[in-house]
Design a protein around this ligand. Structure first.
Ligand SMILES: [Zn+2]
Ligand SMILES: [Zn+2]
Length: 415
């Protein structure tokens, strides 16, 4: 057997710049871990990678060719809610204990204990993040065409419109609930937005707004504590480099570091386990968000968006390069179009490679290649919401100030 031949079907193997080769015919070898660290323990990370890879395959097999629909809560959802209730119940019990100690047994001995209990409750308290610092909110008066488009997409897909619409400089876009009131925010990364043709912009909005109606456990208020508390605790117990110097500090560090390492990694493992429990549901929710994108933007645009994401590295490079020479988004878009055309013959490879590179227990989305194939596996649909080149350009004019202000950062950022 030659090294360049598939051991399973004898087709000629292919490979990317880095990483092991794979078989383009039967996809043998795509489960080779890309080496991103989750726990830091090699064998556990490989195990987690393999389970994520299997989960992707199984979920794709389940949904290919079928209507997905909004997922219900399911056993996983019930479990996550139960964990959240236990966490919140534990916090309330601790709070009651502190209150009782303070009321009935306050003394010099119990005072530090009360403070310790209050400290633990404070650490365990679920924190509902607000808008990220990088999120630059947009006003309707600044971007009327964009706001009108978002509303058309929301109406066509039956999803609620966001409370906040904003931009940042990432080659990405996201939809997230904000704060305890879970208000809806959608953020469009300027370089990604600039790289997309009009119909894919509609598909992107369709998918992102779909996040507010797709039953994703990562969004729910009642599943939030289970899916976030353990990660927060793992972060809190992770020790940075030693800050104090001297003999005593060194001894303390020597003893504390291994203990804290074990505690932090164990908490991270619990977090990964919670994520895995929710992962089936989350993947279903993601595929359903794509289903909603198909409903508004049509199959062709939604598949195109997934393919843009599968070949995102190539697109990102040219958009950032274009941003270094100017801040006119139309030039960025032109550069992206040229790159898309030249990469078109390699799209099947990019889709396959994404099955390896987009796989992680902590990945927010199923691999782009599987998303494109899932769209292809289902009955073809036409777009309900159109966006003309003219309107698309007008949105770019409305955002011109933001492109201009951020061109430097977009052009020079490491990626
Ligand atoms: Zn093969
Ligand atoms: Zn999504």
């Amino acid at each position: 057997m030659s090294a360049a031949t598939c051991p399973s079907c004898h087709a000629t193997l292919t490979s990317a710049d880095s990483g092991e080769p794979w078989c383009p015919a039967c996809e043998w070898g795509l489960d080779d871990p890309v080496g991103h660290e989750v726990t830091g323990a090699g064998w556990i990370d490989r195990l987690l990678y393999r389970s994520a890879f299997r989960l992707n395959r199984v979920q794709f097999g389940r949904f290919a060719g079928r209507a997905i629909g909004r997922p219900g809560y399911g056993a996983a959802g019930v479990f996550l809610v139960a964990v959240s209730v236990v966490l919140l119940g534990g916090e309330l019990a601790l709070l009651a204990l502190a209150g009782w100690l303070a009321y009935a047994h306050l003394s010099l001995l119990t005072a530090p204990l009360i403070l310790l209990i209050l400290g633990v409750v404070w650490v365990l308290l679920p924190r509902f993040p607000g808008l990220p610092d990088e999120f630059t909110p947009l006003d309707r008066s600044q971007a009327p065409t964009l706001f009108a488009l978002v509303e058309r997409v929301a109406a066509a897909s039956g999803t609620p419109a966001p409370h906040f619409l904003g931009v940042d400089t990432a080659f990405n876009a996201y939809a997230t609930p904000v704060g305890l009131r879970r208000r809806r925010a959608v953020c469009l990364g300027l370089p990604l937005w600039a790289a997309l043709p009009p119909e894919q912009r509609v598909a992107l909005l369709g998918h992102k707004l779909g996040h507010f109606a797709n039953g994703d456990p990562r969004v729910g208020l009642l599943t939030f504590p289970a899916l976030n508390t353990f990660q927060n605790l793992a972060d809190l117990t992770r020790m940075g480099p030693p800050e104090l110097w001297g003999c005593f500090a060194a001894v303390v560090d020597l003893v504390a570091r291994p203990v804290m390492w074990v505690i932090s990694r164990s908490l991270l493992l619990v977090h990964v386990a919670m994520t895995l429990v929710g992962a089936r549901q989350s993947q279903r929710a993601e595929y359903h968000a794509d289903e909603l994108a198909v409903l508004v933007a049509g199959s062709s645009a939604t598949r195109g968006l997934a393919d843009s994401l599968a070949s995102r590295d190539g697109l990102e490079v040219v958009v950032r390069r274009a941003a270094r020479t100017g801040h006119d988004a139309r030039d960025w878009r032109r550069a992206a179009e040229e790159a898309r055309a030249s990469m078109a013959p390699r799209v099947p490879r990019f889709r396959q490679l994404s099955i390896r590179t987009d796989t992680s227990v902590l990945a927010s989305h199923p691999p782009a290649g599987l998303r494109a194939r899932l769209v292809e596996s289902r009955p073809w649909q036409e777009a309900r919401v159109g966006l003309s080149e003219y309107e698309s350009d007008r949105i770019d004019s409305e955002l011109a100030e933001y492109y201009r202000r951020n061109a430097r950062e977009i052009g020079w950022v490491e990626h």
